[in-house]
Design a binder for this molecule. Sequence first.
Ligand SMILES: Cc1cc2nc3c(=O)[nH]c(=O)nc-3n(C[C@H](O)[C@H](O)[C@H](O)COP(=O)(O)OP(=O)(O)OC[C@H]3O[C@@H](n4cnc5c(N)ncnc54)[C@H](O)[C@@H]3O)c2cc1C
Length: 338
Amino acid sequence: MNHNTDVIIIGAGPVGLFAVFELGLLKLNCHLIDTLDKVGGQCSELYPEKPIFDIPSHTRITAQKLIDNLMAQAKPFGPVFHLGQQAKKIEKIEDSNWKITTSLNNIIIARCIVIAGGAGSFVPRKPKINNFEEYEGKSVFYSIKDKSMFYGKKIVIAGGGDSALDWTNELASSAEVTLIHRRKEFRAAPDSVEKMLDLELKGKIKFKIGQLLSVKGNQGMISEIICENENREFSIAADYLLPFYGLKMELGPIAKWGINLYENRIKVDTEKFETSEKSIFAIGDINVYPGKLKLILSGFHEAALMAQQCFRYCKPDKKLVFRYTTVSKDLHKKLGIK
Ligand SMILES: Cc1cc2nc3c(=O)[nH]c(=O)nc-3n(C[C@H](O)[C@H](O)[C@H](O)COP(=O)(O)OP(=O)(O)OC[C@H]3O[C@@H](n4cnc5c(N)ncnc54)[C@H](O)[C@@H]3O)c2cc1C
């Protein structure tokens, strides 16, 4: 599907979300892309319940609450989210516009791009199995979008964290589930572990100790999974394999976009936070400049200055008038303040 907007923001972490507000103040519309299927970046994925103490005016705020507040602050500006997909390819097209293609083949065209990609995309940790790619997206999934496709099927879930245990418990009543993990200790929440062990005791699921070695199947559809434990091989019949080994962050396609990098981060100026490519900006953890601090508040400041320069590119015939939010009539109208 094709979309047009003023600014594309790559990354819906705290800094990408605040950028929507700063761009919105200048009447610039945004589309955001994130590989995760939820917004919030590191805050929501890595430490949602932890309190943060250095967000100005909050003596303490949990990371998830901060994201909820940023979403509420961005909402009046109608950001469009493309979640669960990676920004893969950037191309320069006519009228100095940029075209981004995502991993789900969505195409977004905009005058400016803002890379707020943190330490890179969150991507699943994958089992090291030869020719595994041919099964991915057909009978191997790293997250579940529609659980009904697994009903009545033989499912093997691999891993010992929250996702592995939660989905084992969730699918136990509708599918033939085998959980495989390399040992009997789990990282998941204790009550999920207790529930899984109870289901195993009642014969509602199977639990095996071992590691995945290889898979057998045809045309992307798995039929058998070969595993091993203490040098003993065994196989499990399966229709689907769900490896839930957690996520890692990886710079991914950003490294191939021809933008100047320094130690895997994007070099920017400190006036506009623009990269070596005109009208491509980088804000938040992903950028680097003398004195950079990887803090959320630094990213907020960078977003405000970046937005000013985006305005100049997107509305070259309009004058940029700086207004405090306390007196901005446009903002008050947008927020329904009389
Ligand atoms: C445990 C922990 C505690 C912390 N405590 C604090 C604290 O107290 N105070 C503080 O200020 N900071 C703290 N931080 C750091 C803070 O979380 C980061 O500075 C902040 O998250 C950076 O925000 P960001 O929006 O730049 O990037 P991120 O939060 O990393 O978000 C980037 C997003 O971009 C997406 N992305 C990347 N590449 C692509 C692509 N090609 N296509 C699509 N999506 C892409 C990623 O999936 C990710 O969701 C802490 C971090 C951790 C891990």
